[in-house]
Design a protein around this ligand. Structure first.
Ligand code: URA
Length: 238
């Protein structure tokens, strides 16, 4: 593949922009400045790609990411009042069709999955799949047995005729619970807690399926590991 096309495929912009990157001497391949944007390369030939001084790991196939979403970011490509979570990722991903798998509210922190694989988004968002999502919930009022009982038995949300229940509720301390849900309704945790007579002050997502946030710093991202992808039934052999 010609170099400028390869750069385009990696998210570096339009054909013209990618040609310019090479013409301006900003592209290094395996330690050498590339001179000809028409030079043919196979991705396998490229051990090291550096563009404008920044090493770029070659993207091969679909991309799956995990971001530790901070407070004050909108899960939207067109944010209204706050910066977008996509500004926390390398800008090249913006040209590769990366989107979040579901949304977290602007004030919710924690684990957010992102991908450019539409089937992955669809599979994980499907209500039939019941992917468990675990949240740490800080409450306004101390936890009462009643709250836990209500959440587990199911509560009615406004405009919904069906009862909706948490799968698990663990009391962490006087004002903190860990709550696992398998649906993905709008403001679901906040609305469930409100319907059970308390109020969410802070919401932090710890895990989706068996993928955990771990000690990734706020605002940081990483690629999903092969075994994490496989745990959702995705990956090279699936
Ligand atoms: N439930 C909520 O209420 N908000 C979120 O961001 C996620 C789940």
């Amino acid at each position: 593949m010609e170099l400028y096309r390869l750069l385009q495929q990696q998210g570096f912009g339009s054909r013209k922009e990618c040609r310019k990157l090479v013409e301006y001497g900003l592209v290094e391949i395996n330690g050498e400045v590339a001179e000809d944007y028409r030079q043919e390369y196979l991705p396998a030939d490229i051990e090291e790609l550096v563009v404008d001084g920044e090493p770029w790991p070659l993207q091969d196939g679909a991309i799956y990411l995990l971001l530790h979403k901070p407070d004050g970011y909108e899960t939207s490509h067109k944010p209204m009042h706050h910066p977008s979570v996509y500004t926390l990722l390398p800008w090249q991903f913006g040209n590769l069709g990366i989107s979040a798998v579901g949304r977290l509210d602007v004030d919710t922190t924690g684990l957010l999955l992102l991908t450019n694989d539409g089937q992955f988004v669809h599979a994980l968002s499907s209500p039939k799949r019941h992917v468990p999502k675990c949240y740490e919930v800080t409450l306004k009022h101390p936890v009462l047995d009643d709250l836990v009982r209500h959440l587990l038995a199911g509560v009615f949300l406004k405009d919904d005729n069906e009862k909706i229940a948490a799968d698990q509720v663990e009391v962490v301390d006087e004002i903190t619970i860990r709550m696992t849900i398998t649906q993905g309704k709008y403001h679901q945790v906040k609305r469930m807690v409100a319907a059970a007579g308390n109020r969410v002050m802070d919401l932090h997502r710890l895990s989706v399926g068996s993928v955990v946030l771990g000690d990734l710093d706020e605002g940081q991202w990483r690629y999903l590991e092969a075994d994490e992808l496989a745990s959702f039934g995705f990956g090279p052999d699936k």
